[in-house]
Write a protein that binds this ligand. Sequence first.
Ligand code: BGP
Length: 476
Amino acid sequence: DKLQMPANFLWGSASAAYQIEGAYQEDGKGLSNWDEFVKLPGKTYQNSTGEVAVDHYHRFKEDVALMAEMGLKTYRFSISWARLFPQGRGEVNQAGLAFYENLIAECLAYGIEPMVTLYHWDIPQALEEAYGGWESPQVIQDYLDYAHFLFQHFKDKVNYWITINEQNIFTTFGWMTALHPPGKLQQEKLFYQVNHHVFLAHAQAVIAFKEIMPNGKIGASFAYSPSYALDCDPKNAMSKLDFDDLKNFWWMDVYAYGRYPKSAYQHLAKKGVAPVVSEADSELLVKAASKIDFMGVNYYQTTVCEYNPLDGVASTGEMNTTGKKGTNQISGVPGIYKNPTNPYLKTTDWDWTIDPMGLRYACKEITSRYNLPIIISENGLGAFDELTADHHIHDDYRIDYLAQHIKELMIAVEEGSDIWAYCTWSFTDLLSWLNGYQKRYGFVYVDRSESGGSLDRYKKDSFYWYKEVIASNGQS
Ligand code: BGP
């Protein structure tokens, strides 16, 4: 029997406001933390910024027309909080709102289901300055007001909502490895406190949402990197268990159950860095967990776990941002785990493992642990693409990557996972946060480099291929 996707399966593609829109100071938009962060030299590859990005703000009609030509069923994008609320709160900026109204109308006109991410890493700078952004519990009310406004405004138009994109990544990079704003290093206690605020903001939004749109669908998108124990040495198996509690279940358990994994919490409490969880917090988190509709999964790679002695490697989380293989650092926490390379897997030029079966693993794990439907909200291959003289991009490597992942996803469905959507990262090429414009993910090539470009769009070979995948519901 051939593998099959459900008839109403949402084949999609994803993006995020800062990486695509540009127009960073237009029509009354306020600045975000990222607008400020990229001004600091050396933070991004060749100091690339999203000031212009791929100018989606002005070219969204052209981009959505390309989506329609491809037959895309859903388009996942994020809203720039500071475009809507330049001060982070208060009066809505009508011109900013009009952009999203038009974008959503354009999608709906072509029968493309909009999937909206409320927060994809760009917090209004005004809130950073007012009270330190996510570091203060004040952010919870402001995020809720922002979310509430959007739920009310788009309740008849948007069915799918994602509260927070990759909470684990933006908090780790922001407060542990200093790679993202606010650029803090090893602030472990603050890191867990910030996360607690994000969880509470997410939970408040979920509860508010269900009152406004009882039939709408809401969840968070988690960057899930499933882990494998290096081997059957019990020490390594234990390191995998601890790794999962600290790096995966710490987030997914809160979304799905409303509580932190117990042994990880105890470990962090002993260290004096666990967040304080009041009874009211607990109630709120449990209530929200009972109301989420799906687990959003951004899947790129898997991890290997090996026991790490007390005097072992302590990583700062340095990353390969050049696309020159082999510049990745081994990460680890002394006394708990380290993450050696996986000899069975190939890697991308940015040293990310390529593991299609890991996607099936992720789905099965979530299905058995949480019994929730799943939306794959991101998956894709970052690569150098070459535009030929006659304007083609022969990205057979991307086709190969996506085809293998889709096949594993279909097996996951066969094996019992309830998967609603598959969004590739990304539709057009766009800014990679730390890796500039040379690391490309799109079906549509955008002529731009760190220094600029015509911004013209060209369909890659993968564009025509995915179009067939959608038309045949995964059969080809
Ligand atoms: C995810 C983010 C996306 C996107 C993607 C690719 O973590 O949610 O915004 O950037 O990763 O990552 P990168 O751009 O680092 O290659």
